[in-house]
Design a protein around this ligand. Sequence first.
Ligand code: HEM
Length: 405
Amino acid sequence: MTATTGHPAPGRLDFDDPVFQSDPWPLYAHHREHDPVHWSPALGSFFVFGHEHVRQTLVSPDFGTYHPFRASRRAFGPSMLDSDGARHTVQRAAAAGSFRPRQVGEAATRIVAPLAAALLDDLLPAGRADFAEVLARTLPMQVVCRVMGLPVADAQWLADMMRPLAAYVDHAGVELAEVVRRRQELRAYLLAAAADGAEHPGLLHVLAGNEELTEADACNNGILLLAAGTETTTAAITNLIARVAAEPGLFERLRRDRSLLPAVIAETLRHEPPLHVTLRFAQRDLVLEGVDVPAGSAVQVCLASANRDPAVHPEPDRWLPDRPRRPTMSFGMGRHVCLGMGLANAELETVLGAVLDRLDHLALAEGVDPRPVGRTFRTVPALRCSYPAPRPAPSSQSSERRTAP
Ligand code: HEM
């Protein structure tokens, strides 16, 4: 379809290209301007880049999520993420109770704050620590465990089990046989956990007890939650701390005025969203921007490119927390909009708040590059920071080790 626009592409859309992985933004900008609905013969997919096309693809019933061989379906099993219509509604509704504003508010205080405080107790005495390794890669799985009613002690094992599944969804060369083996092991683990009368029953028990879901539905959506709640949140926490440590004076500004936190978080998620692309399938023959999109076609929806569409966000490449709040695609949109959006925002605000409580200053260690890299999921690979001696934790947050199930 490139030919219909008459503009040469500046380079192939190649997710394996290290140049693309370190700086996809010029390619996105080129496509938004010259080739907004692009057909890639090599990838066998259409791509949409602009905010309006991304919005339409996510909200219109002309696009669905189901495909029998979709990578996420193979990795997690059929779940709400790749179901449409009534199947989707039933699965999403079964899990939604844990993500209402009141439940998220309680989880922020009861779960996220003490877990973050305990991790900072381990991390900060070093005086120079990798926030990605110790905090961002650990906290989200611990939080999901608590929300689901799984033991926090299993979080590291679960993170190790899930890593290849997330990598498979990211097309990072993991064998399907390995994915299937792990998925079966995870199913057995979740079934045993659901049958176990946990001390603090959680979302897994709600899913397992829902009469409209099969046992397989409960397990698959459990595996989806373990993946969806962690890889993205880890990237978001890392990207946020990287921004706060790299931006001159920002840490001190936030210490003086916590009311700036939501705008700083929202702008960081817009500017460097953890998840760049999602997938849809055309439900009938369509014409998008003059381009024929036959029924059944795969359409890669470039969420990150939409976030930098100058038609919606002027000067889109600049990180400007004071900019007017306009819709972004970081959490998607429409029927599949991120179920955990409130929890993710609560985790970001709580973690950064805890770091601000404990430190007077935060800077990147020498030689650390704060720019995210990656394919579908993008984050800063290592985030060593330097900081002065920490203050003690506020006492109300230090009890997690005693209360975790
Ligand atoms: C900053 C962190 C996060 C980001 C950037 C993010 C992003 C997204 C996006 C873009 C989608 C839509 C996918 C699509 O339309 O195809 C999505 C869906 C989803 N997310 Fe998140 N997510 C985050 C955190 C979480 C957390 C913490 C949870 C739960 C613990 C979660 C659970 C889900 C679920 C269950 C879906 C599927 C919803 C459905 O299909 O109806 N996410 N997420």
